[in-house]
Design a protein around this ligand. Sequence first.
Ligand SMILES: C[S@@+](CC[C@H](N)C(=O)[O-])C[C@H]1O[C@@H](n2cnc3c(N)ncnc32)[C@H](O)[C@@H]1O
Length: 235
Amino acid sequence: MDEHFDWRRDEFQQIGTDYASVEEVAVYDRRMRAMRDIDAENRAILKRLKLKRKSAVLEIGTGTGAFALEAAKVCAQVTALDVSEVMLEYAAFKAHQEGLSNIDFRHAGFLSFDYPRHAFDAVVSSLALHHLPDVWKLVALERIFSTLKPGGVFYLFDVVFDWGNSDPEEYFRKVVESQPESRANVAMHIAREFSTTDWIMTGLLARAGFVVESNVRSQGFLRAYCCRAVAAAEE
Ligand SMILES: C[S@@+](CC[C@H](N)C(=O)[O-])C[C@H]1O[C@@H](n2cnc3c(N)ncnc32)[C@H](O)[C@@H]1O
């Protein structure tokens, strides 16, 4: 019998929080702004990337488009991907409201985007890579490396735990308690999504060929990695 076992990851299937739901998208910006200083995050990314008018920028997992919209005020063209069509529609609506017509919104993700090698100067992803299990994170990181120009920058911001091998009960309880407004969401994130540890993430980034130029922790469980695709420059 010719059996077919599909081992590929279906990245369009939402895990944990359902970002394909209209109800979630409607409250997303408000919920996030209660937890994060998104304007400060975007300022830090733009400062770090030193984007120019001609820079080709790709954002993966754009959500409601907060970063893509800011990048589109600096760069002539921005590409923004998400696996949720509802999120993309909402982000495109916001862009339209702000009079921005230079963002190419696409329904695709880390594992399905299809751009040539060396197409982008910079790739940015915030709070999205944790939707993939670690093996698939590595696949995603290698694809990002390949689509960056030699010397290009990958800015990764995500929930990444500092947990090593201490008591998981105590560690994760503290993580949940650190967000009194969003305890249920944080607990679901830990239980169902695939946030990994810093030592695994730095290993995955190195394995994909990136040099991590900075690794900054904030709010206990958020990490910003600014990485350069250095090896590509030596090809
Ligand atoms: C927590 S939101 C982050 C949105 C935005 N980047 C931010 O910082 O607010 C996660 C987003 O990642 C998207 N996502 C989930 N899996 C993805 C994948 N494999 N590829 C691209 N985007 C993905 C979700 O649909 C959702 O819009």
